[in-house]
Structure formats: C-alpha cells, structure tokens
Design a protein around this ligand. Structure first.
Ligand code: GDP
Length: 137
C-alpha cells in the first residue's frame, strides 16, 4: 500500500471540476485518505516548489499556484504514486494521452490541472507539508 500527494490546481478548481477529478482517483482504485481545500501563500508555494527555484518558469509557476484555492489530497492504494501519475498524463496537456486528467481538464503547461508526487520519497515530504498524520485515514 502506497501513499501519494495530489493537488488539484487553481485552474481546475475555478472550472468546477474538483468532483470529476476526485472521481477519476476513486474510479481507478485509489482511496482519498485525506483531502482539503486551501489557499497557498506565496511563501508556501515557493517552499513546495523549491526544487524548481532555478528554472525560468518558477515565478510564473508560483504566481499561478497562488492565483486561487487548491485541493490537496492524500491518495492511497497499490502502486498509488505511479497510478496517480498515469491518471494525470504528461506535464504538457498537448502531449497528454487521451482520457488522462490533463488531456481532459488542462489548458496548457502553466495551467495543467493537477500535481502528483513523482517519487515515494517526495510523496512523504509533500504529504507532511500539508497534513498531520492524524488527519490521514
Ligand atoms: P509535473 O511533475 O508533471 O507536474 O512536472 P514538473 O515537476 O516537471 O513541473 C512542475 C510544474 O511546473 C508543472 O506541472 C508545470 O505546471 C510547471 N512547468 C514545468 N515545466 C514547465 C515549462 O517548461 N514551462 C512552464 N511555463 N511551466 C512548466
């Protein structure tokens, strides 16, 4: 049983597709072990994406992530990290396979609907960033 972190980004929240995206997870064998809607501060977004701080798109990414509320969730299940990445599709929605969340709900590489942890190590760090252990069931 693995755990991973999902974020429904501000574009998808604004579009009103929180329920449709959470349904993708549950319909594909993942359990929503915790979830909440929140507004990231600039400092929180910069810390969360610190690994990208030297990249040219960093400021745009932070601006986008604080442009509205997000929904953060802990997903659990067999192979949860990779399963979530597969359901999300490629980072650039134009390259995302048909039927993936990004192909169906994302506009472009800046506003690409969802985040998902890309390793189990990062998943543990990202889950602890948003949730206390007692909030996860
Ligand atoms: P992910 O794991 O698929 O989300 O992709 P990455 O970890 O590589 O990048 C994190 C986020 O930064 C992506 O989801 C995009 O929102 C953004 N991003 C990545 N690459 C680019 C890029 O080349 N240009 C822009 N504008 N944003 C990017």
């Amino acid at each position: 049983m693995e755990r991973t972190l999902s974020i429904i980004k501000p574009d998808a929240v604004a579009k009103g597709v929180i329920g449709k995206i959470l349904d993708r997870f549950e319909s594909n064998g993942l359990t929503i072990a915790a979830t909440k809607k929140l507004q990231l501060s600039r400092k929180e977004a910069e810390t969360f994406y610190a690994v990208h701080s030297e990249r040219p798109f960093f400021n745009d990414l932070v601006d986008f992530m604080i442009s509205g509320p997000v929904v953060v969730s802990v997903l659990t299940g067999e192979d949860a990290m990779k399963k979530n990445r597969d359901l999300m599709g490629a980072t650039n929605p134009k390259e995302a396979a048909a039927g993936t969340i990004r192909a169906d709900f994302a506009e472009n590489i800046d506003a690409n609907a969802v985040h998902g942890s890309d390793s189990l190590e990062n998943a543990a760090v990202e889950i602890a960033f948003f949730f206390a252990e007692k909030e996860i069931s």
